[in-house]
Design a protein around this ligand. Structure first.
Ligand SMILES: Nc1nc2c(c(=O)[nH]1)N[C@H]1C(S)=C(S)[C@@H](COP(=O)(O)OP(=O)(O)OC[C@H]3O[C@@H](n4cnc5c(=O)[nH]c(N)nc54)[C@H](O)[C@@H]3O)O[C@H]1N2
Ligand SMILES: Nc1nc2c(c(=O)[nH]1)N[C@H]1C(S)=C(S)[C@@H](COP(=O)(O)OP(=O)(O)OC[C@H]3O[C@@H](n4cnc5c(=O)[nH]c(N)nc54)[C@H](O)[C@@H]3O)O[C@H]1N2
Ligand code: SF4
Ligand SMILES: [Mo]
Length: 673
């Protein structure tokens, strides 16, 4: 008997541009299949390949999931644990943490978190506990996109008020700059971009010829780290082609006359010499972008470069010079945050004052120093796979005198180093809110099944830990339903959570929303600040600079380690079917680069630098640019024979702004094994 069928709507809360609607098929009360919601405007009936496998694989597989709290019995890192009760785990953690807090300032408790789940409460609520004890937060954005945020903050006054993707219906040109939608926004790649191409032209600016670049109308392949020079040359070409928006420059832009001499000097021929992009292609791109209306999508990979902040300021300058913002069919998008749609997920984090913060680039150094760290809590994050200085970090995590607690769905590399591993419930197992960072929508995350084993949502784990600590602040115990109701009450959505659950996803603006339509920007001057006193006060140049990174040392290769289409950061790295799709860890080289080095497909090689070494198999593809080696990020180190992934090579250098990651500038030597 097939049994009674029920279809429930929910939403994917991964750190992904798409925020897909999900249809969960249940029979006789049991989840049978997790599919794309056919009525959802983004997923249109299909999840991406990785989620389709993992949500019907490891994420619902009791053999793969953590089911019970665990206490370490072996050496740190060995991954040997015994099952304990929640009471035992939480009372022991509370006793140890209290003892630490009696002797040390709260700032020596370090907590890392990020994109495990991006739903409001599971992504925010635990911060209440850490703020209560004055813990040090490892600033999550520093491993991802903080340089871009800071640069756009100086320039536009906001880094998370992007264009509404629906305004593409009025655009003639779309620039996708240092983003790879084929992997990181697969439904935008599959639907939004091709539909746009029926009316307008797509320019991709990326050293890598990924599938989105291959299907673009124009693909510019700059040397990595040379995009600020390219932006100046493009602005020069826009100017000489007569497409400056003089009226907009006069009314809404500060500092044009200060950047003008550098723009005048940045001829397309100069741009070609700096970036490797032929001058004719620079002219061609300017002729498509300049007249507008044009959209500019700035990817997160673009700013993971030593001068990533400067690159973003220069790109925003091109947008301002051509007046491609504040009008239908125009705008610049990095991320669309809650502010772009009057939605305050920050309510989940409570209003306790945050403690100190450090950069992810300094995590290994802080964790190896008993003067700076006594306890380490990790939730929604897998730094032993995703963070820099992998070798040094693992040595620091092995410190016997560091109390270490990891909250995860799976026994990750980071969990292997914990004293206590606490099982988190998956997004299918509790209600929450999701609001993606591309489309201006709001979605319900709906409980469709009971948590596996004894797993609990992040927020419940930290409520129980707060109780075990003897805390009584009401904010530490606020219930999910109350938080959801408060967030919804302050939002543009007029319904309650029950109504949102029915709808799945709602658009918060009926018509495409046009930010900055009044020509006023949330900077000190109210204008786009090409010349920024705020940047200058923080020790940065007053204006964007027509500069590029220095060239890679002769014989060395620059590692690009962007998103893999089959992983979500390190998530799914343990799913057997996903691992089959991934194949062996590869060093992808351009045919010319491979030929010059006498390398063949499948050959075993080692990448080396002062930070570490990594054995890989050569894969030859024109996707990789000459002079670079493409190694996709975030495989599970412990699933590799080498016990490492590409971050074993990452020295954790910081960008020009915000102590953020410039992981796409790692240099290595390559030798045959
Ligand atoms: N070389 C290189 N490294 C990179 C990057 C790069 O481009 N190159 N990119 C960087 C970027 S952009 C980012 S954002 C970081 C991301 O790095 P991380 O934030 O570490 O992301 P994940 O690796 O997916 O780890 C998230 C963990 O959260 C767990 N998780 C999922 N849902 C839940 C939940 O509900 N509760 C709890 N407690 N845990 C959950 C997952 O199982 C997983 O182990 O990686 C960075 N690392
Ligand atoms: N499938 C999948 N999707 C993901 C993720 C994942 O791991 N897997 N991670 C999620 C997360 S946390 C994030 S932050 C986003 C990131 O997604 P994206 O914004 O797409 O960023 P990346 O994948 O890091 O890199 C995008 C592109 O930047 C290019 N790039 C690197 N350096 C330069 C440069 O100097 N100039 C130019 N022009 N381009 C450059 C790379 O070649 C790459 O093609 O994706 C999210 N979505
Ligand atoms: S990870 Fe992105 S593409 Fe995949 S199902 Fe989730 S939202 Fe959709
Ligand atoms: Mo990220």
């Amino acid at each position: 008997m097939p049994g009674e069928k029920e279809v429930l709507r929910t939403t994917c809360p991964r750190d992904c541009y798409d925020s897909c609607g999900i249809a969960v098929i249940k029979r006789n009360g049991e989840v049978r299949k997790v599919l794309g919601d056919p009525d959802h405007p983004v997923s249109r009936g299909a999840l991406c390949g990785k989620c389709a496998l993992a949500y019907n694989g490891a994420w619902r597989d009791p053999r793969a999931r953590l089911l019970h709290p665990l206490r370490r019995i072996g050496a740190k890192g060995a991954g040997r644990f015994e099952q304990v009760s929640w009471d035992t785990a939480l009372s022991e953690i509370a006793a140890k943490l209290s003892a630490i807090l009696e002797e040390h300032p709260g700032a020596r408790v370090i907590h890392t978190h990020y994109t495990g789940t991006c739903s409001a409460i599971a992504g925010g609520f635990p911060a209440r506990f850490f703020n209560r004890i004055g813990a040090t937060e490892v600033d999550p954005d520093t491993v991802c996109n903080k340089a871009g945020h800071q640069a756009l903050g100086y320039t536009l006054g906001s880094s998370s008020t992007g264009f509404d993707p629906r305004t593409a219906r009025d655009a003639d040109c779309l620039v996708i700059w240092g983003a790879n939608p084929h992997a990181s926004a697969p439904h935008a790649h599959k639907h939004w971009i091709p539909e746009f191409q029926q009316r307008g032209k797509v320019i991709v600016i990326d050293p890598v010829a990924h599938p989105t670049a291959q299907s673009a109308d124009l693909h510019l392949r700059p040397r990595p780290g040379s995009d600020a020079a390219l932006a100046f040359a493009l602005t020069h070409a826009v100017m000489t082609q007569g497409h400056l928006d003089e009226a907009f420059l006069a009314s809404s832009v500060l500092g044009w006359e200060e950047v003008l001499p550098a723009i005048e000097a940045a001829t397309p021929a100069w741009g070609e010499a700096e970036t490797g992009v032929p001058a004719a292609r620079i002219e061609e791109a300017a002729a498509l972008y300049g007249p507008g209306p044009s959209l500019m999508w700035l990817g997160q990979g673009l700013q993971r470069q030593p001068l990533g902040g400067n690159v973003f300021r220069a790109a925003a300058m091109l947008c301002a010079a051509s007046g491609n913002i504040g009008k239908p069919g125009s705008g610049l998008l990095f991320l669309n945050g809650g502010g772009s749609r009057e939605l305050d997920f920050g309510l989940a984090e409570g209003d306790g004052a945050p403690g100190a913060s450090i950069s992810h680039m300094d995590l290994a150094a802080v964790l190896e120093d008993p003067q700076r760290s006594r306890a380490f809590f990790n939730w929604n994050n897998n730094p032993a796979a995703s963070g820099p200085e992998q070798g040094r970090l693992r040595r620091a995590l092995a410190r016997e005198d560091l109390l270490s607690v990891c909250v995860d769905l799976f026994q990750s590399d980071t969990a292997d180093f914990a004293d206590y591993v606490l099982p988190a419930a998956s997004f299918l197992e509790f209600d929450d809110l999701v609001s993606g960072y591309f489309n201006l929508s709001l979605s319900a995350q709906v409980k469709v099944m009971e948590p596996l084993g004894e797993a609990l949502p992040n927020q419940e784990i930290f409520r129980r830990l707060a109780k075990a600590m003897g805390f009584d602040d009401p904010a530490l115990f606020e219930e999910d339903a109350a938080i959801i109701a408060r967030i919804l009450a302050g939002s543009l959505y007029s319904g309650d959570f029950a109504a949102l659950k029915q709808a799945g996803t709602v658009q918060l603006f009926e018509e495409p929303h046009i930010p900055f339509a009044d020509g006023v920007f949330p900077t000190a001057s109210g204008k786009i600040e090409l010349a920024s006193a705020a940047a200058e006060a923080d020790g940065h140049p007053r204006c964007p600079q027509a500069r590029s990174d220095s060239r890679t040392e002769a014989g060395k290769l620059r590692v690009l380690s962007p998103a893999s289409a089959w992983l979500m950061n390190s998530s799914y790295g343990n799913d057997a079917t996903v691992r089959e799709k991934l194949g062996p860890a590869a060093a992808i080289l351009h045919p010319d680069e491979a030929a010059a080095r006498g390398l063949s497909q499948g050959q075993a090689v080692v990448l080396d630098n002062e930070t570490g070494s990594l054995p890989l198999e050569v894969a030859i593809s024109e996707e990789a640019p000459p002079g670079c080696v493409l190694v996709h990020k975030s495989r599970w180190p412990k699933a590799e024979a080498s016990g490492a992934n590409v971050n074993i090579l990452n020295p954790g250098h910081k960008t020009d702004m915000a102590e953020s990651s410039c992981v796409h500038a790692v240099e290595v030597a390559l030798r045959p094994l």
